[in-house]
Structure formats: structure tokens, C-alpha cells
Design a protein around this ligand. Structure first.
Ligand code: ATP
Ligand code: MG
Length: 403
């Protein structure tokens, strides 16, 4: 027998329900914000990611699934933004009146060490807004992410917020990090020692525990000096979030793993997963469209890891069925179930002729009410309180509509 590929996963029916929930909430919330769905190919030319994600990133250096066909190097997409930007340019979307708002979902591939919440084929849902330079777009995409998580019943999230400034600010930021870490250099991991010269911002994103411990000592030190313009932009983002009661923590060591970010960057975390605690990451990437051959176009967006979302949703108690018909007359149960479902009441019934006691046990686990049909009326038992009432058949539907 051939086994499943390491780092990939089957989604079986019991779990697929969670995925349908994530997808339908996405349709609803993105629709409310006026985003259109875009579906780009999983296969792209390797150079798209080399240029778009950045040659010095872990993704491009170590994590891509790349192969040759007819002399062309192709890669299974490791993330969604580069493909969306390619399509944006190729389809002339820069000529549309801004903002152009797009969302996507689908599988991504990264050759990483598999562990809980970290797979080699995983899924992201993401959003991108093109054409708006001002801070309202940053605030709107963050609010969109928060609204989406709230719509899924996940309120206890932590938004971490930082600004990387413009390219001039970033040079100062890098030099400050070099200054602060100079005396600690020998204790950083080998990767970070080479990042120190090439791209010290990356050190802040390292997963190595010793590097994390060293950095923790500098958490409150102001390291990212930003120019007046970038400062005003960031202040306005915070003001807009405050006005919507979006809680956030300022974190001046927050950077993102990809090269293309500028100004606002953010992550959304849940305290549950150790180092796999980030469920959403994003920010502004004003240079990317131009880097990939399009006209200068500001942009901001985010991506969420759907496996990590699914693990959070698993912790929420599944919603119970309204009614479970407990009855040894399969045909009567079938007819009543059909009437209730037609009226919009979620109804479960046993079609296998199980003993009444077994049916009741299942009802107690999965439903709010048990119904015991009996001639012209039915017993209706509230399974949370144990209270039972007798309801005339013709009043059953309205009873459920009111309870
Ligand atoms: P991490 O710091 O956890 O490696 P990242 O910075 O590489 O994340 P992004 O590239 O910003 O992540 O992707 C956005 C989201 O996609 C992450 O917050 C996470 O929820 C999810 N994600 C990234 N890589 C994986 C993976 N290998 N398996 C599962 N989910 C992932
Ligand atoms: Mg990563």
C-alpha cells in the first residue's frame, strides 16, 4: 500500500464540515466588504516567486517545490500574493478604478519540517487591496480579518501591529538592530549570523528559541525609527482601528517572513499553538506590483492559515441539531423529519431501527430537543433541562420556530 505523502493530509467528512464553514463565512464576509474572488493556478514560473517573495527568504531558499518541464522551471505556489499580483498585471486590472479588492483560497506548498499546525501542503485564505495608498486601506483589511474571525466565532484574538516604514526608515531600522545585537552575535543561530549582514530584519522572525530569548531582552526598546510621513500613516491606521474597537498590541519586533512588505505589518495570534500561534499575517507591499513588471501600485493584504483556523474551530463546541426524532416507526420518523426540515428546522432521525434507548443517548449528545411522536401529538424533551412537554402535531413547527 502507498501511504500519504509526509506533511500532507486528507480532509475526511467529519472535518470537511469545518472547511465548509470557513469557506461559506469567507464568501459572506468578503462579499460584505465588496471583494471579488480570484482563482489563480497552483503552478507558476519559478522566477515569479524568486522576484516576488524574495531571494533571501526561507521560502525561496529552502521551501519551494520546483521542477523542470520542457526547459522551464515551474514551482507549486508557496503563497498566494505573487500569483494574484501577476494576474492583476497580466489582466490589466491596474486600469480599473481603485480600489481593486480580491480574495482567494486554496492549497499552498512549502517544504518545511512537518509538525502540528505546519504542513507541506496547507491552505490559505487571503485578501488583497490594490490602488490605495492611504491608511484607511490598511485599517480596512485588518478589520476584514478580524470580522472574518469573529464571524467564525473566534473572538479572543490578538492583533500584533508594527510599521516597517519606507525604504529609508528601514535602513535605520536595520542599523539599529545590528547595533543592538552586535554584542550578542556569537550566540545567535547560524542562520541569524548570516542574516545579520544581509537582512537583519529577518532575525526578528527567527523561530530558534535561543534567538527568541535574546530578542525578548530588546522588546521594549524603540528600534524602528520612522520618518514623519510613515509615522503619520501609522498613527492614522491606529486611530481608525481604535474607532472600530479593534484591540491590538504594538510590537516593534514584528516583521514578516517575505521581503516585500513596507509600512504597516500585522499578525493575528491565538495563544494556543506555541510557535505555530500565528493564524494570519499581512501588511502593506507598495513595491511589489512594480517589482513584478506592473505600474507603481500601492497594495495591502493578508493571508490566513486554514489548518490553524480549523484547529481553533475544533475547540468550539459543534452546533447542536434542533431536533432528534426518537421513534421505532422508521416511516413515521422519516415523514416528520421531512416536514420539520422543510420548515428550516435542523432535524436528525435514526433510520436503522436502533433501540429507543440508544437513539436517546445519541440525541442527548447531538441535539437540543428529542421528539417522541405519538398519534396526534408528540412529546418534546428539552435535552439540556430534562423538561418535557406534549405538543399537538400541527403546533410542532411553530414550537421549534419559537424555541
Ligand atoms: P510562520 O511564522 O508560522 O512560519 P509565515 O510567516 O511563514 O508563518 P505567512 O507566509 O505569512 O506565514 O502565511 C500566513 C499564514 O499561513 C500563517 O500565519 C500561518 O497561519 C499559515 N502558514 C504558513 N506556513 C504554514 C504551513 N507550513 N502549514 C500551515 N500553515 C501555514
Ligand atoms: Mg514560515
Amino acid at each position: 500500500m502507498t501511504n500519504i505523502v509526509k506533511g500532507t493530509k486528507d480532509i475526511l467528512p467529519a472535518e470537511a464540515a469545518l472547511w465548509q464553514t470557513m469557506e461559506s463565512a469567507a464568501l459572506k464576509v468578503f462579499g460584505r466588504y465588496g471583494y471579488g474572488e480570484i482563482r489563480t493556478p497552483i503552478l507558476e514560473h519559478t522566477e515569479l516567486f524568486a522576484r516576488g517573495v524574495g531571494e533571501t527568504t526561507d521560502i525561496v531558499n529552502k521551501e519551494m517545490y520546483t521542477f523542470e518541464k520542457s526547459g522551464r522551471s515551474l514551482t507549486l505556489r508557496p503563497e498566494g500574493t505573487a500569483g494574484v499580483v501577476r494576474s492583476f498585471i497580466e489582466n490589466g486590472m491596474h486600469r480599473l478604478s481603485p480600489p481593486v479588492k480580491l480574495w482567494y483560497k486554496g492549497p499552498m506548498f512549502r517544504y518545511e519540517r512537518p509538525q502540528a499546525g505546519r504542513l507541506r501542503q496547507f491552505h490559505q485564505v487571503g485578501a488583497e487591496v490594490f490602488g490605495i495608498e492611504g491608511p484607511a486601506a490598511d485599517a480596512e483589511v485588518i478589520l476584514l480579518a478580524v470580522d472574518y474571525l469573529n464571524a467564525l466565532g473566534l473572538p479572543d484574538l490578538e492583533v500584533e501591529l508594527n510599521t516597517l516604514g519606507c525604504s529609508a526608515c528601514r535602513e535605520d531600522y536595520k542599523n539599529n538592530i545590528r547595533g543592538v545585537l552586535k554584542s550578542e552575535l556569537k550566540d545567535l543561530c547560524p542562520d541569524c549570523q548570516s542574516r545579520y549582514d544581509k537582512n537583519p530584519l529577518r532575525i526578528l522572525d527567527c523561530k530558534n528559541l535561543q534567538c527568541n530569548a535574546i530578542l525578548a531582552g530588546f522588546l521594549n526598546q524603540p528600534m524602528n525609527p520612522i520618518c514623519d510621513e510613515c509615522g503619520a500613516h501609522f498613527d492614522e491606521v491606529k486611530k481608525l482601528l481604535d474607532a472600530q474597537n479593534v484591540k491590538y498590541n504594538l510590537n516593534n519586533t514584528l516583521v514578516r517572513g517575505l521581503d516585500y512588505y513596507n509600512r504597516t505589518v500585522f499578525e493575528i495570534k491565538f495563544g494556543l499553538f506555541g510557535s505555530q500561534n500565528a493564524v494570519c499575517g499581512g501588511g502593506r507591499y507598495d513595491g511589489l506590483v512594480k517589482t513584478l513588471g506592473g505600474p507603481d501600485t500601492p497594495a495591502v493584504g493578508w493571508a490566513m492559515g486554514m489548518e490553524r483556523l480549523a484547529s481553533l474551530l475544533e475547540l468550539i463546541e459543534p452546533e447542536k441539531t434542533d431536533a432528534y426524532i426518537v421513534c421505532d416507526d422508521t416511516s413515521a420518523a422519516f415523514t416528520l423529519a421531512s416536514q420539520l426540515r422543510t420548515a428550516g428546522i435542523t432535524t436528525e432521525t435514526d433510520l436503522s431501527g436502533k433501540k429507543i434507548q440508544k437513539q436517546l443517548e445519541k440525541a442527548a449528545k447531538t441535539a437540543r430537543y428529542a421528539i417522541f411522536p405519538g398519534g396526534k401529538q408528540a412529546g418534546v424533551k428539552n435535552l439540556a433541562t430534562g423538561e418535557q412537554v406534549s405538543i399537538a402535531n400541527e403546533d410542532l413547527i411553530s414550537y421549534f420556530q419559537n424555541n
